[in-house]
Design a protein around this ligand. Structure first.
Ligand SMILES: N=c1c2ncn([C@@H]3O[C@H](COP(=O)(O)OP(=O)(O)OP(=O)(O)O)[C@@H](O)[C@H]3O)c2ncn1[C@@H]1O[C@H](COP(=O)(O)O)[C@@H](O)[C@H]1O
Length: 115
């Protein structure tokens, strides 16, 4: 088990985003902008879904890592600290998932009733 955290990766992303595009994939993503990174995040999310449904554990872990990396790059480009996401997750621990869902406005949930 590793003690590597999302905050550690956030720091690496911030450093590498400032590197040369010739030596950093993160720098190339930054150059292409947040819309491109969002599209890559969508692709990695779909690949994670496919792995979850029909592939082995190793593929699920690999695709999940790709997805989290691209999410952290997107958050970096939006100047949103990972700590803000963790704070929101921490806030939600004070209630059940069903209570949290009920607390959302009809607009936020689209007024849908499904699970
Ligand atoms: N965790 C990651 C990480 N996960 C995935 N990827 C890259 O994300 C890409 C996703 O796979 P794709 O098949 O979609 O990529 P691709 O076809 O090469 O990408 P495109 O040409 O479509 O952009 C691959 O190129 C992976 O190498 C990552 N690239 C970097 N990191 C971390 O970021 C650090 C800094 O990397 P550099 O910015 O390259 O120095 C690394 O040391 C890692 O810690």
């Amino acid at each position: 088990m590793t003690n590597f955290t999302l905050s550690d990766l956030e720091s690496i992303v911030a450093t590498r985003a400032a590197a040369s595009r010739d030596e950093s994939y993160t720098a190339r993503l930054k150059e292409k902008g947040v819309a491109h990174v969002a599209k890559k995040l969508g692709e990695e999310s779909v690949e994670t879904i496919i792995a979850l449904v029909s592939e082995d554990e190793e593929r699920v872990i690999s695709e999940s890592a790709d997805m989290l990396y691209h999410l952290l790059v997107a958050l970096h480009l939006k100047n949103i600290p990972v700590a803000s996401v963790l704070t929101e997750l921490a806030r939600r621990t004070s209630m059940t998932g069903l209570a949290e869902k009920a607390s959302r406005t009809p607009q936020a949930s689209g007024g849908r009733q499904e699970d």
